[in-house]
Design a protein around this ligand. Structure first.
Ligand code: SF4
Length: 265
């Protein structure tokens, strides 16, 4: 087991990033802690935030989808970095919030910005085919990006832009509570695993990230440029699919994440 230094916070506390064996038992949940000043969103302390399973104003428990919709509505008003000025709007994410698995890219591109949906351009269509090849329908998983607004000219988000968007990422994870996170590409991998992460060297391995197991693989755009990368992505996502199947077959009480939300009442 290889310990890597914590590079970011998860739900407001330092995340321990540890490489683990595929069949390893996950570490105990990371305890919630106060948001650091750098991560603090004014709304994070707002009583308006919907938390899955928590009773709201009318005594109705919020579902995960409702909590996510509430978060998306707030994110769409965000102006925390300059990216929002140069794009059409926030591309929040889509898919099944109860799936227990999140696919995470870098940032929306031109097509995504125009349609307001993640991974719907050429690379996104390839991702759909890759997902199908390992037995996932796109709508079965949750797909999003580390930066929610399109950088101009499809450049990579700057570190300060990614940092500005990080609280939204942490809040999404807090709502989604995934058991599996799949980083698509080097940028998403570095964001979660630290600057020393290298996609060619470190893809295809399991890491623990808070409550979730995490694997990084090549971004579908890289496959469009270099079809030789299809084979390793196929191997990586087969392992992801097997882990997801194992997670789904476990008794609910034994799952480390992706916990079901109490039904609304
Ligand atoms: S990229 Fe993120 S932080 Fe920047 S404006 Fe868009 S939502 Fe806000």
């Amino acid at each position: 087991m290889v310990e890597k230094p914590a590079q970011m916070t998860l739900f407001g506390v330092p995340a321990t990033v540890t490489e683990v064996a595929a069949d390893a038992t996950l570490p105990p949940a990371v305890a919630n802690g106060p948001l650091s000043a750098a991560n603090e969103l004014p709304a994070a302390a707002s009583p308006d935030i919907l938390v899955p399973g928590q009773e709201g104003f009318f005594g109705v428990r919020a579902t995960r989808a409702e909590a996510l919709a509430s978060l998306a509505a707030r994110a769409r008003e965000c102006r925390r970095c300059g990216l929002r000025e140069g794009c059409r709007g926030v591309v929040f994410g889509e898919g099944d919030p109860d799936s227990g698995i999140v696919f995470l890219g870098e940032a929306p591109g031109a097509v995504e910005d125009e349609l307001g949906r993640p991974f719907v351009g050429q690379a996104g269509q390839l991702l759909d085919r890759i997902l199908l090849a390992v037995g996932f329908r796109r709508e079965q998983v949750y797909i999003t990006n580390t930066a929610l607004c399109r950088p101009p000219g499809n450049r990579a988000p700057l570190p300060e832009e990614t940092a500005a968007c990080r609280p939204w990422f942490e809040e999404r994870l807090a709502v989604l509570q995934p058991s599996i996170i799949v980083c698509l590409g080097a940028s998403a991998g570095r964001n979660l695993l630290g600057p020393e992460f290298g996609i060619t060297r470190d893809r295809g391995r399991w890491y623990s990230f808070g409550q979730a197991k995490l694997m990084a693989t090549f971004h579908p755009a890289a496959l469009l440029r270099d079809p030789a990368k299809k084979r390793p992505v196929w191997e990586d996502l087969k392992a992801v699919r097997a882990e997801w199947t194992r997670f789904r077959s476990e008794p609910e009480a034994a799952r480390s994440g992706g916990r079901p939300i109490p039904p609304g009442n």
